[in-house]
Design a binder for this molecule. Structure first.
Ligand code: ATP
Ligand code: MG
Length: 216
């Protein structure tokens, strides 16, 4: 049996987790992850494509292996980026708390975990499973677009969570916020260009596998 010590992959490390459906991954995700890495001196950012996200249950989402491969293609050139299959391979719905627990179990006490999300997702956080468990195990980096009034976020969250938790939400201003996966899917359906909204490799993968085209 492995000793606890040898399972500790991360010692005195600052690790970022970037969760998402990545259907498809785009420059907004990549710019956010890279800004977070640089601004908060993270040793690495691990992208975690979701299995079945509970909040997107009713929406059709692409095959998880396609989403995983697009995430690998998009992140391959950045030496600080990694992709984890933990949610893809876990049966059932994907909850952030399970993923955070999983990575925490590989980190020593001196290591820090940062969960990177868009500010839109942060507002939803109070509805996530085991919010307290999450805040006990990680901080949140909340990406906002330039000019976004953070006090709105603060006021809205203060109504729902304790002030101590609020301190663990760190804002990060990033450019490229207007890009979204749903907009990219919509553009493809309508035969509009998606060039430069996501990496060329991902764009080519989408065309090769005929993703997001309505089959009539
Ligand atoms: P959809 O349009 O289908 O909701 P999305 O573009 O929001 O997709 P997700 O995979 O749902 O992509 O997002 C994963 C994470 O990335 C979430 O925390 C989300 O808030 C964040 N995010 C999405 N788009 C951007 C962006 N342009 N800039 C910064 N963060 C983003
Ligand atoms: Mg979204």
């Amino acid at each position: 049996m492995q000793s606890h010590e040898s399972r500790l992959l991360y010692k005195k490390k600052r690790i970022g987790l970037m969760g998402g459906t990545f259907d498809p991954i785009h420059q907004g995700h990549l710019v956010t992850a890279e800004s977070a890495r640089s601004e908060f001196s993270l040793d690495k950012v691990i992208f975690v494509p979701s299995g079945q996200p509970p909040h997107k249950k009713k929406l059709p989402i692409s095959n998880k292996e396609h989403r995983y491969l697009m995430t690998v293609l998009a992140t391959a050139v950045n030496p600080y980026f990694e992709v984890s299959r933990v949610e893809i391979d876990r049966p059932g719905e994907s909850y952030a708390i399970d993923t955070v627990r999983y990575f925490r179990s590989m980190m020593d006490e001196a290591s820090e975990l940062f969960f990177i999300t868009g500010a839109d997702a942060i507002l939803e956080i109070v509805n996530w499973k085991d919010v307290k468990g999450l805040f006990d195990r990680c901080s949140f980096i909340a990406a906002t677009r330039p000019g976004f009034d953070l006090s709105i976020l603060r006021d809205e969250l203060l109504n729902k969570i304790s002030i101590n938790y609020l301190e663990k939400i760190i804002p990060l201003e990033v450019p490229a916020m207007a890009i979204s996966s749903s907009n990219i899917r919509h553009r493809i359906e309508n035969n509009r260009t998606i060039k430069y909204l996501l990496p060329d490799e991902v764009e080519n993968f989408i065309y090769k596998n005929m993703l997001y085209k309505k089959t009539t």
